[in-house]
Design a protein around this ligand. Structure first.
Ligand code: ATP
Ligand code: SKM
Length: 289
């Protein structure tokens, strides 16, 4: 039995490393996961075109789905899985590659068990967050990123309790700049982020009022300061972009707004090393294919 699912990346409105509360929105860059069930009881993961990538997250995610649901799906005896991801989201770039990989794997595993409709999306998402904590790839669990990728739209969450505080569908274009470096969330300086907690509380207030653009921009300056990323890309997008921020724990930056504004920002960001992409925001989240 085989299953397959596709999950989108996300950009940041509020980084949760300061207060445990975070906010993110889905964007149109995707990770596909395929899960093939086996009877050998082993779970083995591979990442297409990245033989050196750490497969712990997707393996733990498939294991948790099998532990939780294989019996309900009517499977007896040892059940294993071969999991494979294929992704256009750069890894450890701040664009929630880990959340997309976990969500796509969780839904593909449920698809392989033929029980996708019996499990709430948000529960499948929480299972991916558990896997991320177990695999040690996250600071807070990143339920903000994972919920945006699973449900689409913008979400605001409490990552301490994995609670969804708000979700809304937005219709922006997003411009994504990714420098040629990686920054793993598990290595981020949480103590430095906690110093900007008063600003994070303000960003949360703005986000819960639906003022996502302003929220993002305040988040951008606060977390560029805390995590020591340059503010140049933020200034190059202002004052015209609706919002601009460091995404996740960096090194990518995401600006939102209308297409004409973002085209102008793109020209400025194009002078920097790395890649700049104009993408749509996504309201539909993770889905089986
Ligand atoms: N396509 C993928 N397939 C399998 N595992 C992946 C994939 N993408 C990311 N991961 C897992 O997630 C880890 C990177 O997680 P990390 O949170 O640092 O990156 P990110 O999610 O891109 O960044 P951020 O949380 O700042 O947006 C990788 O080491 C790997 O374990
Ligand atoms: O690992 C984590 O807990 C997180 C990583 C970043 O993406 C943050 O933006 C997110 O809010 C939390």
């Amino acid at each position: 039995m085989d299953g397959r699912a596709v999950a989108p990346a996300a950009g940041t409105v509020l980084n949760a490393l300061a207060t445990g509360r975070g906010s993110a929105f889905a964007i149109d860059l995707e990770t596909t996961a395929t899960v093939e069930l086996t009877t050998d009881g082993e779970v083995v993961g591979t990442v297409a075109e990245r033989p050196e990538a750490d497969t712990g997250l997707i393996e733990r995610c498939a294991e948790l789905v099998l532990e939780e649901y294989a019996e309900d799906a009517g499977l007896a005896g040892p059940v294993g899985a071969r999991v494979r991801t294929d992704s256009e989201i750069p890894m450890a770039a701040g664009l929630k590659s880990s959340s997309a990989a976990a969500n796509a794997t969780a839904l593909a595993a449920l698809d392989a068990l033929e029980i996708t409709d019996a499990v709430d999306r948000i529960d499948a998402c929480r299972l991916g967050v558990r896997a991320a904590r177990d695999a040690g790839v996250t600071a807070t669990g990143a339920f903000d990123d994972a919920s945006a990728s699973m449900l689409g739209g913008v979400t605001v969450t409490d990552n301490a309790s994995d609670e969804l505080l708000a979700r809304e569908e937005v219709d922006w274009e997003a411009l994504v700049y990714t420098p040629p470096e990686q920054a793993f969330s598990a290595d981020a300086d949480v103590a430095a982020c906690e110093r900007v907690a008063p600003l994070a509380a303000l960003v949360e207030e703005l986000a819960l009022e639906g003022r996502y653009g302003e929220a993002m921009t305040v988040n951008g300056f606060a977390f560029c300061g805390a995590l020591e990323f340059p503010t140049g890309p933020l200034l190059e997008a202002l004052p015209d972009a609706t919002g601009v921020s460091l995404s996740g724990t960096g090194p990518s930056y995401v600006a939102v707004g209308d297409r004409a504004t973002l085209e102008a920002v793109r020209e400025r960001w194009a002078d920097r090393d790395g890649t700049t992409r104009l993408v749509a925001t996504r309201t539909d989240g993770t889905r089986t294919t």
